[in-house]
Design a protein around this ligand. Structure first.
Ligand SMILES: CC(C)(COP(=O)(O)OP(=O)(O)OC[C@H]1O[C@@H](n2cnc3c(N)ncnc32)[C@H](O)[C@@H]1OP(=O)(O)O)[C@@H](O)C(=O)NCCC(=O)NCCS
Length: 208
């Protein structure tokens, strides 16, 4: 099924949002779930995975469409083990794929990586995942092919005052978007409370 995708809000997820991240991952169809995790995984696995995501130091960007998290990009800095390197993973719900969300998220991930001194960004995907390989190529990633896996490696530029300002501006915009969205939802609920749907009109009975 294809849907009209209105441009959503892209922002970093907060640590208290592990639940909405989990719900997004659970909504992935079987094939997308396999592509995201490299093999079939259970709902229990996803629950455990999502509950730990923010404890690993990951930075998760989310794309919200009509207030619902529909796509996410996870950036995992390797820390002291391999300073300057990080891994990234992407998930876009099926109806929202091929609308540019993955590409926009990769752009944000590169900016965040760059501003944290990460030069090498790795993305693993299955060999048949042409869409992921295509978006990696757009950002000049080098692809190395194994039998059933492809590793896309790209080099992020050094941070500059401008790149730091760009991330700060994106964060501020994301925060403003989230507040507006929350206000819109609260107004909708208030309106519904003040103006509940009218009770269904009973059909008049014909006199017998
Ligand atoms: C892979 C994924 C992240 C891409 O995100 P997306 O929002 O669908 O991708 P975009 O719309 O930004 O870009 C898709 C690109 O692939 C191209 N494409 C689509 N189908 C293709 C195919 N069969 N072969 C080659 N290119 C293809 C599109 O033309 C587009 O390229 P363009 O922008 O140069 O025109 C998303 O589809 C997804 O989450 N899939 C399931 C999980 C997954 O595979 N994760 C990646 C491993 S971690």
């Amino acid at each position: 099924m294809t849907v009209e995708v209105t441009p959503g809000i892209i922002r970093k997820l907060w640590t208290g949002e592990a639940g909405i991240f989990r719900d997004h991952l659970l909504r992935l169809d079987t094939e997308s779930r396999r592509s995201r995790f490299g093999s079939a995984v259970s709902a229990e696995f996803i629950e455990r995975y999502a509950s730990r995501v923010f404890r690993t130091g990951a930075i998760v960007h989310g794309c919200f469409v009509d207030g619902e998290l529909r796509a996410a990009a996870e950036l995992y800095p390797m820390g002291d083990v391999l300073p300057g390197e990080a891994e990234a993973a992407f998930s876009v719900e099926q109806e929202f794929q091929n609308h540019g969300l993955g590409s926009q998220l990769l752009e944000r991930v590169i900016l965040s990586a760059r501003n944290r001194g990460i030069r090498t960004l790795c993305m693993n995907c299955l060999a048949h995942n042409r869409r992921m390989q295509q978006i990696a190529r757009k950002f000049d990633a080098e692809l190395s092919f194994d039998t059933d896996e492809v590793v896309a490696e790209l080099t992020a530029p050094f941070p500059t005052a401008l790149s730091l300002a760009q991330e700060a501006a994106a964060d501020a915009q994301g925060m403003a978007g989230a507040v507006l969205q929350a206000q819109r939802m609260a107004t909708g609920r208030l309106f519904h409370w003040l103006m509940p749907d009218p009770a269904p009109v009973e059909p008049e009975l014909e006199p017998s």
